[in-house]
Design a protein around this ligand. Structure first.
Ligand code: FAD
Length: 479
């Protein structure tokens, strides 16, 4: 058993762990990262963000979905799409990303240990691999172990039949029908992808609508589009019982309302659990909450000041980009590097079909707060680019204060939403008024013009209408 010592030992090589390790290494610190899987990258690269987005790209390409409003409903690049078709692109991207991370770690002299990490005491981390154990002495520790899908005992998980989101990637064939339990981000994204390739999808969500944190109008638009793609939505319904049927060849879900649903496969996506159970937190003087998550202060320190935690294990917002930033900030704090606190203005990207993105407040949040706001809307079809890419239903919505005209929120549904949002994010962060969009010149033809169209629409809505005269015409074209 060796006892090498490090300035920082990071547990977990996902986005939070990577960025913390690299930032510390760049300061000349001795850094080790422990990873229990055989490859670096975390959930982000192997089972979460990258695989699901690679599958989505494959779905969009192979189904020709984006082109159908131009070439007709029968248009497709490939007629019978298989699971192998969907995973082909995924394997290539994962391999490349792993190589990039591995070489970044090596270039920055970060030492990698592969094995299960657990605390021996607050300054010692044991790494166990097969029968071998190595103990690492650490001046600081960052816990970046992420989360795992929750697997409640009441759900009879069976490979291929009743599965979690990790196991979806192990399917050898696409099922003909699927029940997805949970209308959060993961459940809703997979519902769209599977419906697009012809799987009969039923999505069950106990809340009155999908994606409760998304602006009402955007979520309603998504639900309409999903139904149009053939997804059966069972919102406001909870699953009471899940059991195998037809000699294990099918699965049946009984709802609280006594409805019964049957499909070839059931994907359970409710809840994720912090992966802290096996790291012996008690030996370090720490404890997790019921969902395995750790509490940290604004500098990402746990109750034991030299032990930090970042990424999904600390809970909301549980995104790859915010995890990276938290890792970087935690590292900066432990080695006394002054760093700005993370901006609360982070964007949210949801890769449904169509995709959704948002930054700032939603209409319902502003209404609840009693904040006065006005709305400006642009539909993609009002821009030449929207027509060129055949996405007439895309929509960009600006929420702004009617007097100061400062932006309060930006919401987009449609092609490129997750890229388009960053313009709004930048304008909000700079504190610029809506007039910025009106006065700026945007490339033509682009979807960015939607900002100008929406700003003009919003400004027109703030103009008082005179009773004796007709209301001024809404100038709703950017050109
Ligand atoms: C299906 C799905 C889709 C997603 N899509 C998106 C998306 O589109 N955009 C987005 O921003 N986010 C997305 N996410 C979320 C994103 O993947 C996470 O926010 C991100 O991976 C969290 O990073 P992390 O560093 O906290 O941990 P993780 O990426 O979870 O990595 C944690 C690492 O710690 C390791 N580990 C755990 N315990 C130990 C131990 N005891 N010893 C050693 N190593 C250990 C694990 O093996 C893992 O490699 C998605 C997640 C899922 C599940």
């Amino acid at each position: 058993m060796r006892h090498p010592s490090y300035d920082l030992v990071v547990i977990g090589s996902g986005p939070a762990g990577q960025k913390a390790a690299l930032s510390a290494a760049k300061l000349g610190k001795r850094v080790a990262v422990v990873e229990r899987e055989h490859q670096v990258g975390g959930v982000c690269i192997h089972t979460g963000t990258i695989p699901s987005k690679a599958i989505r790209e494959a779905v969009l390409h192979l189904t020709g979905l984006r082109e159908r409003s131009v070439y007709g409903d029968g248009y497709a690049v490939k007629q019978r799409i298989t699971m192998q078709d969907l995973l082909y692109r995924c394997r290539h991207v994962v391999r490349t990303e792993v190589d990039v991370i591995r070489s970044q770690m090596a270039r920055n002299n970060v030492t990698m240990f592969f094995g299960d990490a657990m605390f021996v005491d607050a300054h010692t981390v044991r790494v166990i691999r097969d029968d071998e154990a190595t103990e690492l002495k650490a001046q600081h520790v960052l816990i970046a172990v992420g989360t795992e899908p929750a697997r409640p005992p009441s759900v009879p998980f069976v490979p291929g039949r009743v599965i979690d989101s990790n196991e979806l990637l192990d399917l050898s064939e696409l099922p003909r029908s699927i029940i997805i339990v949970g209308g959060g981000v993961i459940g809703t994204e997979y519902a769209c992808m599977l419906a697009a390739v012809g799987v009969r999808v039923t999505l069950v969500e106990s809340r009155p609508r999908l994606l409760e944190f998304v602006d009402d109008e955007i979520a309603e638009s998504l639900q309409f589009r999903m139904r149009d793609m053939g997804v059966r939505l069972r919102v406001g319904e909870s699953v009471a019982k899940i059991e195998l049927a037809n000699d294990g060849l099918a699965v049946e879900a009984t709802l609280e309302s006594n409805k019964s649903l049957r499909a070839e496969t059931l994907l359970y996506t409710i809840g994720r659990q912090g992966a802290t159970e096996r790291i012996n937190l008690a030996a370090a003087g720490l404890a997790a909450d019921q969902r395995g998550r750790l509490k940290v202060n604004e500098c990402y320190q746990t109750d034991v000041p030299h032990i930090y935690a970042a990424g999904d294990v600390i809970g909301f917002p549980a995104l790859a980009a915010t995890s990276m930033e938290q890792g970087r900030l935690a590292s900066g704090h432990m080695f006394q590097q002054l760093a700005e606190p993370a901006s609360p203005l982070f964007p949210y990207g949801i890769y449904t079909i169509p995709e959704i993105s948002m930054v700032g407040q939603s209409e319902q949040a502003l209404t609840k707060d009693g904040t006065r706001y006005e709305v400006g809307i642009a539909r993609y079809r009002e821009t030449a680019r929207g027509l060129l890419i055949a996405d007439p239903n895309g929509l960009l919505k600006l929420l702004f204060h009617p007097e100061s005209r400062r932006l309060l929120g930006v919401h987009v549904i449609g092609t490129g939403a997750t890229e388009l949002i960053h313009i709004g994010q930048t304008v909000m962060a700079a504190g610029l008024p809506l007039d910025y969009f009106v006065e700026s010149v945007f490339n033509y033809p682009t979807l960015a013009e939607c900002y100008k169209v929406a700003a003009l629409d919003g400004i027109n809505r703030t103009k008082p209408h005179r009773a004796s005269q007709p209301a001024p015409a809404v100038e709703n074209k950017a050109a």
